[in-house]
Ligand binder design. Sequence first.
Ligand SMILES: [Zn+2]
Length: 100
Amino acid sequence: MPTSIINYKSVVIKQQKCRLNRSGLYDTQRWRKESRLFLKLNPLCVECLAYNITEQARVVDHILPHNGSEELFWDAANWQSLCTQHHNTKSAKEKKKRVY
Ligand SMILES: [Zn+2]
């Protein structure tokens, strides 16, 4: 029955969206490609630069936490380059702030 296939597909798409809304966006080829390009264009950690330290950035960080919002996630204006240390510090702070 074609209708049941359509129903099945929409359920799968819903499930995939749920997974994407968590952290799955990072697992996409698009993110890998775009974040790599961003780091190429912005190779230095912005937090370190604020202290006149030149440190190679390893992570593309979201300035405003996207919390699963694809709009915020893909908005390059919301991206910044961070070194691993600064990214870990920021992520730890954000986790503390988050209210469940
Ligand atoms: Zn840094």
